[in-house]
Each structure stands twice: as C-alpha cells, then as structure tokens.
Design a protein around this ligand. Structure first.
Ligand code: TA6
Length: 296
C-alpha cells in the first residue's frame, strides 16, 4: 500500500501472504527494503542514509540511468535515482503474469529540466514484484517514444546493496575466469583468477559478459543470495572497505563490513534505442540456505 516513509516521502509497501515484504520509495523508484518471511532485512541501507532530495538514498537498490558511473556528461550514475517517479496506472505494457504476486508499476518521463541535460524522448517503466516465495523482481522497460525522431544511448545498473553478516566471510560465485574492468586502476581490463571471489580490501570491478546467475554466500547466516538477470550482460562488484567508507559522508565508518554491492548492469557496451524501440532489463533476487564450507 502507498504510505509515508522517512521524512514524509511516499513509499509503496508490498506484502506477500507468508510474510515477506518489500518497500519502494517513489523518490528514485528506490527499493529500500526486502524482507523474507522471518522478517530478516536482506538489503543494506546505510545507518547515515539521507532520505532527502536531491541526495540519492545510500543503500537498497539505486537505479543507475541513463549513465552508470561518472564517465559522461551527467552526474554520477545519472539522474533516475534523484527524481520523483509516479505510480503508473496506464494499461500495463508488461505481460500480466502477476497472479498472486504483489507488484507496483512506476514510471519516469522526461521533465523540462532533464530535457536540458539529457534531450531524449523516453519512457522508463519499472515494475517491482514480490513473488510467492518472497523473491524480489525488478523489471525495467525503457522505450524510445520517437517524439523527437532521434535514437538515444544509455548505460544502466541495478546498484543493489546486499546485507551481509561479515564481508570478510562472504564469497561470490559465478564470476570466476571472467574479464573485468578495474575501477581502481583506471578501468584497465584484467581476467579474474579461477576460484570464487572473496574480500579483504576495497573492490570496484565491472565484470563483462557475465552469466545470468550470480551467487553471494553469507557464511555466518548460512544463506546464499541468488541474483538472476536478463538483458544485463555486466556485473559490478563493489565494497569501499575502511578508508573509502570514511570518505563517504552518508556511509557509517563500519557499514562496509555489512554490505556488498553486486550490480546487474549494462556498462561496457551502451544500449541504443531507435525511435519506437524498447529495452527490457530484469533482475530477480532470491535466497537459499547454503552450507558455505561445502562450496555448494
Ligand atoms: O558501483 C560502484 C560505484 O561506481 C563505485 O565506484 C562507487 O562510486 C559507488 O558506485 C557508489 O556511487 P554513489 O554515487 O552512489 O556514491
């Protein structure tokens, strides 16, 4: 249901019969909570998050559009996460396979202001769905409405912050042996070594041409996050670690120990839409119990 969240910002709460829930603020179409049927919060939100425009909420699932990163003319990660979206009540362009699923459709269209910095005729529809098993699905449909008869290109990411017990006991599986651009080394290209990824220092890597499924294993909780994606060939893995965390004003100094960003994205090759074309990018998050040490 639609209600008031922090600082009186509008948010939609999705509930599923067995008790799982999700919350999405209209500000930024920003998912800030995803709870399983035991009420465990599965996403990380910074202890110092500022729920006040124009600052993006630190944590949850920021939407990076129309630009990922700061390599372009727009502010870091574009402007979609800094805008108020509307609930989309127009006939759903989405297939209505939403039986016994709680969902909300949000829409972002160009404002006069934004048309000055990014002069393109788009419609961005985001559907947030909470599935019967408590899985969380985000489906983005970005369409070139053709109003200005021009194509446009963009890069994109679901900048998901997973809540983890202790970053030094987390393992990521599915990105082994892949190439990545290292944001800490002027985006130079490297190849990942052959086993799962663990964390002992700052990491900021854009893995390219990644598989549709990535697993994030939390040792202490004996829980594995499974990220499935469609239309999003890349995946960013980011943890600021201690020094960088201190330089981020809306991140607690120790918050880095309890968060990991694994981001389904389209970065290396931007997406170009001709008038009338539409792009769809989907990510589905779920959790499974995992016995970490057995390397399942
Ligand atoms: O996702 C990785 C990254 O691009 C990092 O370089 C870091 O800047 C992070 O995003 C957070 O960006 P933000 O603009 O939300 O502070």
């Amino acid at each position: 249901e639609l209600c008031k969240g922090i600082n009186g910002l509008d948010k939609v709460v999705l509930r599923e019969v067995r008790g799982s829930s999700a919350e999405v603020y209209l500000y930024g179409a920003h998912v800030t909570s995803w709870k399983n049927d035991h009420g465990d919060e599965l996403l990380f939100v910074s202890s110092k998050a500022i729920f006040k425009p124009p600052k993006a909420i630190r944590g949850g699932i920021p939407i990076c559009f129309p630009q990922f990163g700061s390599h372009g003319t727009l502010e870091q990660h574009g402007f979609a996460r800094n805008r108020f979206w509307n609930i989309d009540t127009s006939p759903p362009p989405f297939p209505t396979n939403t039986t016994n699923r709680a969902f909300v459709d949000l829409i972002l269209k160009p404002s006069d202001e934004d048309s000055k910095i990014w002069p393109h005729s788009y419609e961005f529809r985001l559907r947030v769905t909470l599935g019967p098993g408590g899985d969380l699905m985000l489906t983005s449909r970005i369409r070139n409405t053709g109003l200005d008869g021009k194509p446009f290109s963009f890069t994109f990411a679901y900048h998901t912050y997973f809540s983890v017990s202790d970053i030094s006991e987390v393992r990521v599986e599915g990105l082994e042996t892949l190439d990545y651009l290292d944001n800490l080394k002027a985006r130079e290209r490297f190849t990942e070594q052959g086993d799962s990824i663990t964390f002992e220092s700052e990491m900021d890597k854009v893995y390219v041409s990644t598989p549709t499924k990535i697993a994030i294993l939390d040792h202490e909780k004996k829980r594995t996050f499974v990220l499935r994606k469609d239309g999003l060939p890349d995946a960013v893995v980011w943890n600021p670690w201690d020094k960088k965390a201190k330089s981020i004003p809306d991140l607690g100094d120790d918050d880095y120990k309890h968060m990991l960003c694994v981001e389904a994205a389209c970065i290396e090759k931007s997406i170009t839409l001709k008038p009338g074309e539409e792009w769809k990018g989907r990510q589905e998050l779920s959790t499974v119990p995992s016995s970490y040490c057995s390397g399942q």
